[in-house]
Design a protein around this ligand. Sequence first.
Ligand SMILES: NC(=O)c1ccc[n+]([C@@H]2O[C@H](COP(=O)([O-])OP(=O)(O)OC[C@H]3O[C@@H](n4cnc5c(N)ncnc54)[C@H](O)[C@@H]3O)[C@@H](O)[C@H]2O)c1
Length: 337
Amino acid sequence: MWKNRRVLVTGGSSFIGSHLVDALIERGAKVRIVDDLTSGKLENIQARLAAGQVEFIQADLREPGITRAAMQDIQVVFHLAADHGGRGYVDLHQAGPASNLFLDGLVIWEAQKAGVEKVVFASSGCVYPNFLRSNPDEEVYLTEDVVKPPYDADNMYGWAKLMPELTLQAYHKEYGLKAASCRYFTVYGPRGVENHAVIAMIARAFVGQNPFEVWGDGSQIRNWTYVDDIVNGTILAAEKIDDGTAINLGTMERVQVIDAVRMVLEYTNQQAEIKFLHDMPTGPLNRVADNSLAKKLLDWEPQVLFRDGLQRTIEWYFSTKDKEQVKAILEGMLTER
Ligand SMILES: NC(=O)c1ccc[n+]([C@@H]2O[C@H](COP(=O)([O-])OP(=O)(O)OC[C@H]3O[C@@H](n4cnc5c(N)ncnc54)[C@H](O)[C@@H]3O)[C@@H](O)[C@H]2O)c1
């Protein structure tokens, strides 16, 4: 199915993008990456570049002519490039994520003009209405159909994920462009960065932070999803969805932030006093996907339990990072991209 398919991965040197590139190359695809490296890292694709397995263009897709050139001879686009960061970034920055509105509009427009067969978009759990995700005592599982009027997305970042979903559905209906959107939920794994909660927890343990800082009161609920599961789901969506349907890719394992912190401390053999920072952004207090639509349409189910993925991620982090470098960047990373 992927052998010799000509594929463009925008944002392909990012955490998730680089894992997706690996998986597509392993399936035999011919991959082009366009990435401006504003948050992606060349080291994530270095092995593929050195082996001549990928075409890499370092450029900002918003600049004149770049997106048009990137689309030439492409059959499938995986659009992951975005102005995006973790919770601190999403809450504290609106202008950067607003630029995704025109980045996404441009990518979809140029894909259609170039005769691309299919566009797969990296959407987010941030499209879900804030009002459905505020009570940690409720056992809520978010089904795709609750994203409807009155829309109530999470900050500018969330609105700018919702708009391309709707744009792709409109392009499918009116122009016949095949499309799928994948709503990723809090992804973690090797190559993840410190602006996202799990990697931030691991980084704090790595530098021996004590007291160990936790944003909010730790009761926030998330469904952290391992990157390999996300990549498999994204490729299945490319294979099986044509009509722009948006699908949740997330586990249904409910984990409280404080429990994740305790697991990180246990797996890294640390003892630390926990200090709650009540004024820092927490995001929605209760956000977990329902993944039954992905099971039905893609035959996809997450394979990696949080405790296993967490251990793998800790092993990667501890074996590749330098303590002084992490100390130097950690505070800034928590609110920047
Ligand atoms: N990490 C998560 O938990 C998560 C959850 C939901 C959705 N997503 C989405 O998945 C995608 C990948 O995210 P990620 O966490 O792997 O890392 P990321 O945010 O670093 O990925 C974005 C990539 O796009 C590149 N980029 C940004 N603007 C660009 C531009 N104008 N032109 C070219 N390249 C540009 C960056 O350098 C980076 O490599 C993003 O679209 C993100 O919004 C991620």
